[in-house]
Design a protein around this ligand. Structure first.
Ligand code: SAH
Ligand code: SF4
Length: 351
Protein backbone atom coordinates (compact mmCIF):
# COMPACT_ATOMS: atom_id res chain seq x y z
CA UNK A 1 0.00 0.00 0.00
CA UNK A 2 1.25 3.47 -0.86
CA UNK A 3 -1.11 5.53 1.27
CA UNK A 4 1.46 7.51 3.26
CA UNK A 5 3.19 8.79 0.11
CA UNK A 6 0.00 9.27 -1.86
CA UNK A 7 -2.20 11.05 0.68
CA UNK A 8 0.23 12.64 3.19
CA UNK A 9 -2.33 15.30 4.16
CA UNK A 10 -4.82 12.59 5.17
CA UNK A 11 -2.14 10.73 7.11
CA UNK A 12 -1.25 13.93 8.97
CA UNK A 13 -4.88 14.68 9.82
CA UNK A 14 -5.40 11.14 11.13
CA UNK A 15 -2.22 11.26 13.21
CA UNK A 16 -3.03 14.62 14.73
CA UNK A 17 -6.36 13.18 15.92
CA UNK A 18 -4.64 10.10 17.35
CA UNK A 19 -6.60 7.74 15.07
CA UNK A 20 -5.50 4.08 14.93
CA UNK A 21 -3.15 3.34 12.02
CA UNK A 22 -5.64 1.15 10.10
CA UNK A 23 -7.74 4.25 9.40
CA UNK A 24 -5.19 5.37 6.80
CA UNK A 25 -5.73 2.14 4.84
CA UNK A 26 -9.47 2.58 5.05
CA UNK A 27 -9.23 6.15 3.76
CA UNK A 28 -6.88 5.07 0.93
CA UNK A 29 -9.25 2.23 -0.05
CA UNK A 30 -12.25 4.58 -0.04
CA UNK A 31 -10.48 7.02 -2.39
CA UNK A 32 -8.77 4.62 -4.79
CA UNK A 33 -11.13 1.63 -4.73
CA UNK A 34 -14.39 3.13 -3.48
CA UNK A 35 -13.85 6.18 -5.75
CA UNK A 36 -15.41 8.53 -3.21
CA UNK A 37 -15.30 12.29 -3.92
CA UNK A 38 -16.46 13.34 -0.46
CA UNK A 39 -15.51 11.80 2.90
CA UNK A 40 -19.22 11.62 3.77
CA UNK A 41 -19.40 8.73 1.27
CA UNK A 42 -16.74 6.77 3.20
CA UNK A 43 -19.16 4.87 5.38
CA UNK A 44 -16.41 2.68 6.88
CA UNK A 45 -15.18 5.76 8.74
CA UNK A 46 -16.92 7.09 11.85
CA UNK A 47 -19.10 10.14 11.29
CA UNK A 48 -16.99 12.51 13.38
CA UNK A 49 -13.86 11.52 11.50
CA UNK A 50 -15.53 12.07 8.14
CA UNK A 51 -16.40 15.62 9.11
CA UNK A 52 -12.89 16.28 10.44
CA UNK A 53 -11.26 14.95 7.27
CA UNK A 54 -13.61 17.00 5.08
CA UNK A 55 -12.41 20.11 6.88
CA UNK A 56 -8.69 19.26 7.01
CA UNK A 57 -7.91 17.06 3.99
CA UNK A 58 -10.69 17.01 1.37
CA UNK A 59 -11.25 13.76 -0.52
CA UNK A 60 -11.16 15.34 -3.99
CA UNK A 61 -8.23 17.53 -5.03
CA UNK A 62 -9.52 18.27 -8.55
CA UNK A 63 -12.70 20.14 -9.29
CA UNK A 64 -14.55 18.67 -12.27
CA UNK A 65 -15.74 21.75 -14.13
CA UNK A 66 -17.03 20.19 -17.33
CA UNK A 67 -17.62 16.80 -18.91
CA UNK A 68 -18.37 16.52 -22.63
CA UNK A 69 -19.18 13.64 -24.92
CA UNK A 70 -18.18 13.24 -28.58
CA UNK A 71 -20.43 11.64 -31.18
CA UNK A 72 -18.26 8.49 -31.06
CA UNK A 73 -18.79 8.12 -27.30
CA UNK A 74 -15.40 9.55 -26.29
CA UNK A 75 -15.67 11.65 -23.14
CA UNK A 76 -13.52 14.55 -22.09
CA UNK A 77 -13.23 15.93 -18.57
CA UNK A 78 -12.00 19.42 -17.78
CA UNK A 79 -10.61 19.80 -14.27
CA UNK A 80 -9.53 22.79 -12.24
CA UNK A 81 -6.64 22.32 -9.80
CA UNK A 82 -6.66 23.89 -6.32
CA UNK A 83 -4.46 26.70 -7.67
CA UNK A 84 -6.71 27.45 -10.63
CA UNK A 85 -5.01 25.57 -13.49
CA UNK A 86 -7.01 23.64 -16.09
CA UNK A 87 -6.17 20.10 -17.20
CA UNK A 88 -7.93 17.59 -19.42
CA UNK A 89 -8.58 13.86 -19.35
CA UNK A 90 -10.16 11.66 -22.04
CA UNK A 91 -12.06 8.38 -21.77
CA UNK A 92 -12.23 6.32 -24.95
CA UNK A 93 -14.80 3.50 -25.09
CA UNK A 94 -14.22 0.61 -27.47
CA UNK A 95 -15.95 -2.75 -27.83
CA UNK A 96 -14.60 -4.40 -24.71
CA UNK A 97 -12.23 -1.69 -23.49
CA UNK A 98 -12.55 1.63 -21.74
CA UNK A 99 -9.28 3.54 -21.85
CA UNK A 100 -8.53 6.68 -19.83
CA UNK A 101 -5.91 9.06 -21.21
CA UNK A 102 -4.44 11.13 -18.39
CA UNK A 103 -2.35 14.29 -18.05
CA UNK A 104 0.81 14.62 -15.97
CA UNK A 105 1.62 18.32 -16.34
CA UNK A 106 -0.26 21.57 -16.76
CA UNK A 107 0.85 22.23 -20.35
CA UNK A 108 4.18 20.85 -21.58
CA UNK A 109 7.62 22.39 -22.04
CA UNK A 110 8.82 20.05 -24.81
CA UNK A 111 7.54 22.27 -27.63
CA UNK A 112 6.78 19.65 -30.30
CA UNK A 113 5.76 21.85 -33.20
CA UNK A 114 2.55 19.99 -34.13
CA UNK A 115 1.05 19.60 -30.64
CA UNK A 116 -1.56 21.89 -29.06
CA UNK A 117 -0.33 21.13 -25.54
CA UNK A 118 3.18 22.08 -26.62
CA UNK A 119 1.92 25.52 -27.64
CA UNK A 120 0.83 26.19 -24.06
CA UNK A 121 4.26 25.91 -22.48
CA UNK A 122 4.50 24.53 -18.95
CA UNK A 123 2.77 25.85 -15.83
CA UNK A 124 3.65 23.10 -13.34
CA UNK A 125 3.93 19.38 -12.70
CA UNK A 126 0.89 17.56 -11.34
CA UNK A 127 1.05 15.70 -8.03
CA UNK A 128 0.48 11.92 -8.02
CA UNK A 129 -2.90 12.45 -6.43
CA UNK A 130 -3.94 14.84 -9.22
CA UNK A 131 -2.77 12.34 -11.85
CA UNK A 132 -4.54 9.30 -10.36
CA UNK A 133 -7.73 11.18 -9.49
CA UNK A 134 -8.37 11.72 -13.22
CA UNK A 135 -8.79 7.94 -13.51
CA UNK A 136 -10.99 7.74 -10.42
CA UNK A 137 -13.39 10.33 -11.84
CA UNK A 138 -13.60 8.57 -15.21
CA UNK A 139 -14.12 5.22 -13.44
CA UNK A 140 -16.94 6.68 -11.40
CA UNK A 141 -18.45 8.12 -14.55
CA UNK A 142 -18.49 4.79 -16.46
CA UNK A 143 -19.55 2.61 -13.49
CA UNK A 144 -20.81 -0.09 -13.31
CA UNK A 145 -18.54 -0.70 -16.32
CA UNK A 146 -14.85 -0.78 -15.42
CA UNK A 147 -11.89 1.12 -16.74
CA UNK A 148 -9.75 -1.48 -18.52
CA UNK A 149 -6.72 0.59 -19.59
CA UNK A 150 -4.85 3.74 -18.64
CA UNK A 151 -2.55 5.58 -21.05
CA UNK A 152 -0.32 8.46 -19.99
CA UNK A 153 -0.78 10.32 -23.27
CA UNK A 154 -2.62 13.46 -22.24
CA UNK A 155 -1.07 16.83 -21.47
CA UNK A 156 2.60 16.86 -20.51
CA UNK A 157 5.82 14.88 -20.76
CA UNK A 158 5.41 12.24 -18.04
CA UNK A 159 9.16 11.62 -17.72
CA UNK A 160 9.75 15.26 -16.75
CA UNK A 161 7.51 14.52 -13.78
CA UNK A 162 8.84 11.03 -13.21
CA UNK A 163 8.43 10.61 -9.47
CA UNK A 164 4.81 11.75 -9.23
CA UNK A 165 3.80 9.95 -12.43
CA UNK A 166 5.28 6.65 -11.25
CA UNK A 167 3.68 6.99 -7.83
CA UNK A 168 0.30 7.55 -9.53
CA UNK A 169 0.80 4.50 -11.76
CA UNK A 170 1.79 2.37 -8.76
CA UNK A 171 -1.37 3.43 -6.92
CA UNK A 172 -3.46 2.59 -10.00
CA UNK A 173 -1.78 -0.82 -10.07
CA UNK A 174 -1.88 -1.41 -6.29
CA UNK A 175 -4.22 -4.21 -5.19
CA UNK A 176 -5.29 -2.05 -2.23
CA UNK A 177 -5.59 0.94 -4.55
CA UNK A 178 -7.29 1.06 -7.96
CA UNK A 179 -6.21 -2.52 -8.68
CA UNK A 180 -5.57 -2.31 -12.44
CA UNK A 181 -3.04 -4.73 -13.98
CA UNK A 182 0.32 -3.10 -14.79
CA UNK A 183 0.13 -4.49 -18.32
CA UNK A 184 -3.03 -2.45 -18.83
CA UNK A 185 -1.15 0.78 -18.10
CA UNK A 186 1.11 2.51 -20.65
CA UNK A 187 3.16 5.70 -20.63
CA UNK A 188 4.33 7.66 -23.66
CA UNK A 189 7.47 9.79 -23.74
CA UNK A 190 8.90 12.12 -26.34
CA UNK A 191 12.21 10.36 -25.73
CA UNK A 192 14.03 11.22 -22.48
CA UNK A 193 16.65 8.50 -22.55
CA UNK A 194 17.70 8.37 -18.87
CA UNK A 195 14.10 7.98 -17.83
CA UNK A 196 13.43 5.28 -20.44
CA UNK A 197 16.18 3.25 -18.74
CA UNK A 198 14.81 4.02 -15.31
CA UNK A 199 11.31 2.99 -16.41
CA UNK A 200 12.75 -0.30 -17.70
CA UNK A 201 14.18 -0.90 -14.22
CA UNK A 202 10.83 -0.48 -12.44
CA UNK A 203 9.51 -3.77 -11.06
CA UNK A 204 5.99 -3.34 -12.48
CA UNK A 205 5.21 -4.47 -16.02
CA UNK A 206 3.99 -1.11 -17.29
CA UNK A 207 4.11 -0.60 -21.06
CA UNK A 208 6.05 2.14 -22.82
CA UNK A 209 5.62 4.12 -26.03
CA UNK A 210 8.26 6.41 -27.51
CA UNK A 211 7.22 9.26 -29.80
CA UNK A 212 9.55 9.03 -32.78
CA UNK A 213 7.70 10.81 -35.62
CA UNK A 214 10.58 10.58 -38.10
CA UNK A 215 13.62 8.32 -38.58
CA UNK A 216 15.75 11.27 -39.76
CA UNK A 217 17.91 13.17 -37.28
CA UNK A 218 17.71 16.67 -38.78
CA UNK A 219 13.99 16.44 -39.39
CA UNK A 220 13.36 15.22 -35.86
CA UNK A 221 15.20 18.26 -34.51
CA UNK A 222 12.89 20.47 -36.56
CA UNK A 223 9.64 18.98 -35.29
CA UNK A 224 10.69 17.82 -31.81
CA UNK A 225 13.14 20.06 -29.91
CA UNK A 226 13.98 17.12 -27.59
CA UNK A 227 15.90 15.63 -30.53
CA UNK A 228 18.61 18.26 -30.06
CA UNK A 229 19.16 16.88 -26.56
CA UNK A 230 19.18 13.18 -27.47
CA UNK A 231 20.18 11.90 -30.91
CA UNK A 232 18.30 9.04 -32.57
CA UNK A 233 21.17 6.56 -31.92
CA UNK A 234 21.09 7.52 -28.21
CA UNK A 235 17.33 7.04 -28.20
CA UNK A 236 17.64 3.66 -29.88
CA UNK A 237 20.24 2.57 -27.31
CA UNK A 238 17.75 3.31 -24.55
CA UNK A 239 15.00 1.52 -26.50
CA UNK A 240 17.17 -1.52 -26.81
CA UNK A 241 17.99 -1.45 -23.10
CA UNK A 242 14.24 -1.36 -22.41
CA UNK A 243 13.33 -4.40 -24.53
CA UNK A 244 16.33 -6.43 -23.40
CA UNK A 245 15.63 -5.71 -19.76
CA UNK A 246 11.86 -6.18 -19.85
CA UNK A 247 11.17 -8.47 -22.84
CA UNK A 248 8.08 -6.36 -23.34
CA UNK A 249 6.85 -4.97 -26.64
CA UNK A 250 7.95 -1.36 -27.23
CA UNK A 251 5.69 0.97 -29.16
CA UNK A 252 6.96 3.79 -31.38
CA UNK A 253 4.40 6.52 -31.93
CA UNK A 254 4.44 8.10 -35.37
CA UNK A 255 2.05 10.90 -36.26
CA UNK A 256 1.71 11.17 -40.02
CA UNK A 257 2.20 14.80 -41.07
CA UNK A 258 1.23 15.47 -44.70
CA UNK A 259 4.26 15.99 -46.94
CA UNK A 260 6.62 15.98 -43.94
CA UNK A 261 7.22 12.44 -42.65
CA UNK A 262 4.87 10.32 -44.78
CA UNK A 263 7.04 9.46 -47.78
CA UNK A 264 8.26 5.99 -48.88
CA UNK A 265 11.84 6.85 -47.82
CA UNK A 266 10.53 7.35 -44.28
CA UNK A 267 9.09 3.83 -44.29
CA UNK A 268 12.37 2.41 -45.58
CA UNK A 269 14.45 4.19 -42.94
CA UNK A 270 11.98 3.12 -40.23
CA UNK A 271 12.20 -0.50 -41.28
CA UNK A 272 15.97 -0.31 -40.82
CA UNK A 273 15.85 1.56 -37.53
CA UNK A 274 13.12 -0.53 -35.85
CA UNK A 275 14.73 -3.88 -36.47
CA UNK A 276 14.00 -5.55 -33.13
CA UNK A 277 11.16 -8.16 -33.03
CA UNK A 278 9.70 -6.45 -29.94
CA UNK A 279 9.44 -3.06 -31.68
CA UNK A 280 6.03 -2.01 -32.95
CA UNK A 281 5.19 1.05 -35.06
CA UNK A 282 1.99 2.84 -34.03
CA UNK A 283 0.86 5.18 -36.78
CA UNK A 284 -1.41 8.04 -35.75
CA UNK A 285 -3.38 10.32 -38.01
CA UNK A 286 -2.63 13.97 -37.32
CA UNK A 287 -5.46 15.65 -35.44
CA UNK A 288 -5.96 19.24 -36.39
CA UNK A 289 -4.12 21.83 -34.34
CA UNK A 290 -3.39 25.41 -35.29
CA UNK A 291 0.26 24.70 -36.04
CA UNK A 292 0.43 24.74 -39.83
CA UNK A 293 0.64 20.96 -40.24
CA UNK A 294 -1.89 18.87 -42.15
CA UNK A 295 -3.08 15.27 -41.93
CA UNK A 296 -1.89 12.66 -44.40
CA UNK A 297 -5.02 11.51 -46.30
CA UNK A 298 -6.44 8.21 -45.10
CA UNK A 299 -5.63 6.36 -48.32
CA UNK A 300 -1.97 7.42 -48.16
CA UNK A 301 -1.80 6.58 -44.45
CA UNK A 302 -3.02 3.08 -45.29
CA UNK A 303 -0.43 2.82 -48.04
CA UNK A 304 2.29 3.87 -45.53
CA UNK A 305 1.05 1.10 -43.23
CA UNK A 306 0.96 -1.46 -46.03
CA UNK A 307 4.51 -0.62 -47.13
CA UNK A 308 5.81 -0.81 -43.54
CA UNK A 309 4.34 -4.27 -43.16
CA UNK A 310 5.68 -5.31 -46.55
CA UNK A 311 9.16 -4.38 -45.29
CA UNK A 312 8.61 -6.61 -42.26
CA UNK A 313 7.88 -3.89 -39.73
CA UNK A 314 4.99 -4.74 -37.36
CA UNK A 315 2.71 -1.71 -37.54
CA UNK A 316 -0.81 -0.52 -36.84
CA UNK A 317 -2.75 2.60 -37.81
CA UNK A 318 -4.72 3.85 -34.86
CA UNK A 319 -8.12 5.41 -35.49
CA UNK A 320 -8.49 8.93 -34.20
CA UNK A 321 -11.20 9.40 -31.58
CA UNK A 322 -13.10 12.31 -30.11
CA UNK A 323 -12.09 14.89 -32.69
CA UNK A 324 -15.36 16.80 -32.54
CA UNK A 325 -14.68 17.77 -28.93
CA UNK A 326 -10.92 18.34 -29.43
CA UNK A 327 -10.23 15.23 -27.36
CA UNK A 328 -7.89 13.48 -29.78
CA UNK A 329 -4.13 13.01 -29.33
CA UNK A 330 -2.30 16.31 -29.31
CA UNK A 331 -5.46 18.42 -29.13
CA UNK A 332 -5.62 18.82 -25.36
CA UNK A 333 -5.15 22.47 -24.54
CA UNK A 334 -7.66 22.95 -21.71
CA UNK A 335 -9.13 25.97 -23.43
CA UNK A 336 -11.79 27.90 -21.65
CA UNK A 337 -14.72 25.98 -23.05
CA UNK A 338 -17.25 28.69 -22.21
CA UNK A 339 -16.50 30.27 -25.55
CA UNK A 340 -17.03 27.05 -27.45
CA UNK A 341 -19.59 24.75 -25.86
CA UNK A 342 -19.16 21.03 -26.51
CA UNK A 343 -21.90 19.14 -28.36
CA UNK A 344 -23.14 17.19 -25.38
CA UNK A 345 -22.75 18.16 -21.78
CA UNK A 346 -23.09 15.39 -19.22
CA UNK A 347 -24.66 16.57 -15.97
CA UNK A 348 -21.91 16.81 -13.37
CA UNK A 349 -24.10 14.94 -10.89
CA UNK A 350 -23.38 11.78 -12.91
CA UNK A 351 -19.67 11.95 -12.19
N1 SAH B 1 4.01 13.87 -24.15
C1 SAH B 1 4.00 12.50 -24.47
C2 SAH B 1 2.60 11.91 -24.47
C3 SAH B 1 1.59 12.71 -25.15
S1 SAH B 1 0.73 12.65 -26.54
C4 SAH B 1 4.61 12.25 -25.81
O1 SAH B 1 4.81 13.20 -26.56
O2 SAH B 1 4.92 11.10 -26.10
C5 SAH B 1 0.55 11.09 -27.29
C6 SAH B 1 1.02 11.11 -28.76
O3 SAH B 1 0.29 12.04 -29.56
C7 SAH B 1 2.49 11.49 -28.89
O4 SAH B 1 3.11 10.59 -29.75
C8 SAH B 1 2.40 12.85 -29.54
O5 SAH B 1 3.55 13.19 -30.24
C9 SAH B 1 1.20 12.70 -30.43
N2 SAH B 1 0.62 13.96 -30.90
C10 SAH B 1 0.85 15.21 -30.45
N3 SAH B 1 0.11 16.10 -31.16
C11 SAH B 1 -0.60 15.38 -32.06
C12 SAH B 1 -1.56 15.72 -33.05
N4 SAH B 1 -1.95 16.97 -33.24
N5 SAH B 1 -2.11 14.72 -33.79
C13 SAH B 1 -1.76 13.42 -33.56
N6 SAH B 1 -0.86 13.05 -32.65
C14 SAH B 1 -0.29 14.02 -31.90
FE1 SF4 C 1 4.66 17.64 -24.90
FE2 SF4 C 1 4.05 15.26 -25.95
FE3 SF4 C 1 2.93 17.51 -26.92
FE4 SF4 C 1 5.53 16.99 -27.34
S1 SF4 C 1 3.77 15.80 -28.10
S2 SF4 C 1 4.67 18.97 -26.70
S3 SF4 C 1 6.11 16.01 -25.42
S4 SF4 C 1 2.63 16.68 -24.89
Amino acid sequence: MRAAEFIPDVEKALKSRGEPSYRLGQAYGALCGGLIRDWEEATALPKGLRAALSAEAPAAVLELTRASRATDGTRKYLFKTHDGHLIETVMIPEKDRRTVCISTQVGCPMGCTFCATGLLGIKRNLKAREIAEQVFVAARDVAPERITNVVVMGMGEPFLNYRETLLALKVLNDGDGFNLAARSIAASTSGLVDKIRRFADEPEQFHLAISLHTPFEEQRKEIMPVASRHSIPELMDAARYYVEKTHRKLFFEYTLLAGVNDQPNHVEALAELLYHPLYHLNLLRFNWTDTGFGATPKREAKEFLRYARELGLPATLRPSRGQDIDAACGQLAAKDLQARPPRTVVPLSQT
